[in-house]
Every structure is written in structure tokens, then in C-alpha cells.
Design a protein around this ligand. Sequence first.
Ligand code: FAD
Length: 406
Amino acid sequence: MKNPNVVILGAGYGGLMTTVKLQKSLGVNEANITLVNKNDYHYQSTWLHETAAGTIHHDQTRIPIKDVVNMSKVNFVQDTVVEIKPEEKKVKLENSELDYDILVIGLGFEPATFGIPGLEENAFMINDINSSRLIREHLEHNFAMYHNEEEKNPARLNIVVGGGGFTGIEFVGELANRIPELCEEYDIDKAQVRIINVEGAPTVLPGFDPELVEYAMNSLESRGVEFITGALLKEAKPDSIVYEKDGKQVEIPTMTTVWAAGVRANSIVEKSGFKHNRGKIEVRKDMRAPEYDDVFVVGDCALIWNPEGDRPYPPTAQIAIQQSDTVAHNVKALVQGHSELEHFEFNSLGTLASLGHNDAVGIIMNNRKIFGWKATFMKKMSDNRYLLKLGGIGLMLKKGKFNFFY
Ligand code: FAD
């Protein structure tokens, strides 16, 4: 009998961890495992704000797939998924087509701009290595240009970040560390640079513990970040943004608007005709798509309701990694002919937000609040734990974060 084809789409947290687990638990005579990804590397999306600010190099953020995937057990295809055809059990790629018996969708997120005029054309987004590297280069270019123009242009030194959620706050934290270095390098007075965070809700980090929100804002303001809360971004132009607050529209000159206020699941899910809830597949307890017994979904493309509230779990790397355990277990069960599948249960390990390389806030086990170096230490340890799980001690030592008190 022919081995079943197991095809995994996307080498993000969910897809890559599923692949690494399956390559260990399934023999080459049991299944043909294929992993498809746009690039020949995996990137840690949770470090992209650092890559974008230029506080870490993009090579620390990305990991060659061949370093963690055993190419003699897994067929790696570097290509872009165009469409999934679940009725035909096929996946259309830019350069070929694949047949599957079991599919795992782990295609992650893409930015959501909610139709705000000019955002797509004029704002930068922190999506992947390319977009983050572009932001770093763009910041540097503007600083370099500043003294090369006869008329000094403040728009070059105003940086506007749309969104005060976790991504926006983590990014302004990195900028607060990076800007003094850029000022020194390009002979620019720090007082001339503005880092402005615009948030629609009355406070940043909406829904987070108020005491920690206050700590975060104080820490960032003391390092030069300005907050404009209760303000809606109305338009992004090439050299300014317009926001509305208390019924008044205000324009800020800027050549750097970074939109960090919204993500959605990869639109391929919707385009491929899956039943979805705002672009995500509301998975069954065993992580399968409701209408297909042979399609699993992992990470940001999957939607799971929090039984303790009336909201779905937010899309995080933490939940994607935990889901990969269930998905890998259940794929293996199907391959081996078992029909009883495991149910996914989320075990929250807490929430941590960095405020730059030496400050952070968070809530860990038993709702304990932490901030400052302790929170930084915990965040870096959690990043290192992921690397250890993914590629063992060698990978952790090569790519991990060990500058705990710097
Ligand atoms: P991803 O990790 O996004 O991976 C998707 C993969 O699919 C990528 O390799 C991509 O290249 C590939 N892909 C996409 N489209 C195609 C295609 N058409 N064809 C082929 N390949 C494709 N979460 C936390 O838990 N903690 C944090 O501190 C945290 N911080 C964050 C900071 C930032 C700046 C951002 C942007 C996100 C952060 N998140 C955090 C959220 C977290 O990164 C995501 O929830 C997580 O990456 C989702 O994992 P995933 O496996 O679904 O997809």
C-alpha cells in the first residue's frame, strides 16, 4: 500500500514544530512528509519588531530550515501556496501542484488595514524578514539624509507607530533603544526625534492589567516615546499622517508610519473556500477543519474559543506551539490508522511584553505581575525555551538571547 502524503503548509511556529515532531515520531516507511514554505528559512515573528528597529540583526531572527528539518525524512519545497483545493485534495503552488492525504495549514497572519486610506501604499508593516529589514533600512536612510538636505525636514525624524497593542508597544520600546544610537551615528540631536504612538482606545495595551500599563507608559515616556490615545488614524500620506481625536483632525509630518494595529489570518484560507469566521477556520477540538476530516489547522489560521470567556484566544506564538503538539499527535494517529484523536487544551503560560532590551512587563503563572529585569529575564528565557524545543541546545546557543541584564 502507498504511504500517505502528509503536506504541511508554512514553516512558522505551528507548521515547523508540527514537522519537527512528525519527523521524530513517524518512520520514513509510514508517510511521505512534505513541508512547503515561501523561504528556505523560518523566522521568529515575535522578534520582528527588534529586526525592524535594528536592535537585532535579521540573521538572529531567522533559522535555515535545513538546520532543524531532517531533509532525508522530509521533502522540503520552497514555493508559495496560491490556493488549497480541499475537494480535490490538492494544493496549488506558484510553480507546481501537490496531492495530499492529510493537510496541515500553518500559513500564519497578514496585516489588516481596515480600509484606512493610504495605509497600504504609504505605511510600513512588520510582517516578515523582508518588511522588517526594509523598516530598519528606511529609518537609517532618513537619518542619513537629514544633514544632506539644505532645508531640514522634520518628517525624516518623526516616527509614527499606529497601534498601541503588544506589537506597537514592543516596537516603540525597541525604537527607544535604537534612536540614541542612530542620533550618535548621524550627528543628530536626540531632542529633534519624535517617536509617536497613536492608539484608538483610551489607553495602550487595551485589556491588560492597568498597573502594568501605567508602568509600561512611564518607562517608555521616560525614554522619549509620546502617546496619543483615543485617536483614530484616518489617513497615511507619503510625508504625513492624519489622526482624529475629540472630533478634530491633526496632521503630523512623517516619512515613517509603521502600522502595527491589526493582523488577520492568511487570506488563502478564505480564498480557498473554507468555512471561516473573519478569515479563520473555527477548528474542531482535535484541530481539524469542520468540514474536512483530512485537514488540520494550526496557529493564526485557526480559531478556538476561550471556554472561560466570550472571546476566541488571541493569535500568539505560544498557542501555535502548543497546538502543534496536538496536530502532530493526531496526524500520526491518522497515519497509523487510529480514529481516536486527542483534543487541544490551551495552557496559558502568561503574557509578556518587552519594552526594549532591558525592560518588560507581564503576567505569569497564578496571575503574578512582573516588570523590569525580572520580566525581561522571563521573556528571554521563554524565547530560549522555544529554540531548545525546536532545534536542541545547539540552536539555542547559536540563536538564543543570553544578555539578560543588558
Ligand atoms: P507564522 O509564524 O506567521 O508563520 C507562517 C509561515 O507561513 C511563515 O514561514 C511564512 O513565510 C509562511 N507563508 C505564509 N504565506 C505563505 C504562502 N502563501 N506560501 C508559502 N508559505 C507561506 N506571540 C506571542 O506568543 N508572544 C509574543 O511576544 C509575540 N510578539 C509578536 C511580535 C510581533 C512583532 C508580531 C508580528 C507577532 C507577535 N506575536 C507574539 C504573534 C505571533 O508571532 C504569531 O501569533 C505567530 O507567528 C503565529 O504563528 P503561525 O505558525 O500561525 O504562523
